[in-house]
Design a binder for this molecule. Structure first.
Ligand SMILES: [Zn+2]
Length: 107
């Protein structure tokens, strides 16, 4: 079977036994800040910790500043399963991974 994109979660699926990851509500805030209801966005992930990391990554790339990757500030991901459930909090850290490229120099 060739890979197809799941119409529900957008993941590449190699098996017909695919099950979508659940949707979590994730808010990324700085330090002790309390997120407002509209700070939460939907993230598909296997569990809360994964949702926290994915949410932080998306937040970071949307801000175009890569603030987590730069190591500035202390970020906290608030993750909840539904709008009215108690959030769990995760400390978010990241690291920038260097990439190296090699290109032959023509004589
Ligand atoms: Zn899916």
């Amino acid at each position: 079977m060739t890979a197809e994109r799941c119409p529900t979660c957008g993941e590449w699926v190699f098996s017909k036994y695919h099950r979508c990851n659940p949707v979590w509500l994730v808010a990324i805030v700085e330090g002790e800040e309390q997120p407002a209801d509209d700070d939460y966005s939907e993230v598909r992930a296997a569990d809360e910790g994964d949702a926290a990391a994915t949410g932080a990554e998306e937040d970071d790339s949307n801000s175009a500043e890569y603030s987590v990757l730069k190591g500035h500030g202390a970020y906290v991901a608030w993750v909840k399963a539904a709008a009215d459930t108690k959030p769990r909090r995760f400390k978010v850290t990241g690291e920038a991974v260097p990439h190296y490229y090699a290109e032959e120099i023509e004589e």
